[in-house]
Design a protein around this ligand. Structure first.
Ligand code: FES
Length: 324
């Protein structure tokens, strides 16, 4: 039997090449017991390397307790989480994961559910589509992707009983993207809900189209990880940096700057002086308390705690959430 609390040991049962950049991973419990139940929209933490924690949404049907399915996109220049997932895991590899948690749950709404996915953002929405289909809810999934070659989970969708509710949109950029969204989001009905997941620029365009079409702000449901406690445990002289847009946590030890830890994980931010003088690396802080070691910020900006220079500045709190 699996313990009722704590992390889980799983085996990678199957790896499938979905596109040139995306692979899907089927995980099963190492003990052979059923995995803990999850709700549509849930995610797990995966620890692919020491000091790196990466969050991935579950793709599969929440009714299926025999496995967890993830979709992992290889991030350009990554030497951290996604590279380890793509490059080091093989079928049969063991992996440590957390229990599922959900920041992106389906609502009990009585109207339509519009699932809008940009690229790899489709993963939690596929789980939602299965849950909505199982309860015969009124839903559609709009899947926006750069090209047909980059369409992950195509076979899975095609074979599903709800394939006719999925609409594909290839290579759309503004202003055509705006026109298509205007059509999709036209005339919100009473208690309709939009579930949205994708890259930030895509989500920004959808949000502004929804606003223009007079969708109430509370009808838009987005995934967010920033309010959770850290998954990595920092030592006495360490702190954790969470990159909110990427869903990655990294440990920053005493002898390293935030910038160097980010670089090692394949996240490059522009820098120039690297001495806290020029402001090139200026980064927005979402949560946590920065320890400012720069000479660039004004006293007012320092006190606000909303900006920092990660080339020299550190954290007073054990967790720093950055808008990266
Ligand atoms: S690179 Fe100049 S302040 Fe950070």
């Amino acid at each position: 039997m699996l313990d009722a609390v704590g992390d889980l040991d799983v085996v990678v049962r199957k790896i499938r090449v979905e596109t040139s950049e995306i692979r899907s991973f089927v995980l099963e419990s190492a003990s052979g017991d059923p995995l803990p139940a999850f709700e549509a929209g849930a995610h797990i933490d995966v620890y692919p390397l020491p000091g790196i924690c990466r969050q991935y949404s579950l793709v599969n049907d929440p009714a299926d307790k025999s496995r967890y399915v993830l979709g992992v996109k290889r991030e350009p220049n990554s030497r951290g989480g996604s590279t380890a997932m793509h490059g080091q895991l093989t079928e049969g590899s063991r992996l440590k994961i957390s229990r599922p948690r959900n920041n992106f749950a389906l609502r009990a709404n009585s109207g339509r559910s519009l699932l809008l996915a940009g690229g790899i953002g489709v993963t939690p929405l596929l789980s939602m589509a299965q849950a909505l289909a199982a309860k015969r809810a009124d839903f559609v999934l709009h899947y926006f992707v750069r090209s047909a070659q980059e369409l992950a989970f195509r076979d899975f969708i095609t074979r599903s009983a709800w394939a006719d509710r999925v609409f594909y949109h290839f290579g759309l950029v503004p202003p055509v993207l705006n026109d298509v969204l205007d059509e999709i989001l036209n005339a919100p009905g009473r208690d309709d809900v939009i579930y949205l997941c994708g890259p930030n620029p895509f989500m920004d365009v959808v949000r502004s189209s929804a606003e223009q079409a007079h969708w109430p702000a509370q009808s838009l449901v987005l995934e967010h990880f920033s309010a959770e406690p850290p998954k990595l445990t920092p030592g006495d002289s360490e702190f954790v940096v969470r990159l909110a847009k990427r869903g990655i946590e990294l440990l920053v030890p005493s002898g390293k700057t935030i910038i160097s830890v980010l670089r090692e994980a394949g996240v490059d931010i522009k820098t120039s002086c690297e001495q806290g003088v020029c402001g090139t690396c200026l980064t927005a802080v979402i949560d946590g308390e920065p320890e400012h070691n720069d000479v660039f910020l004004s006293d007012e900006e320092r006190e606000s705690g909303r900006l920092m220079t990660p080339c020299v500045s550190r954290a007073k709190s054990k967790l720093l959430v950055l808008d990266l």
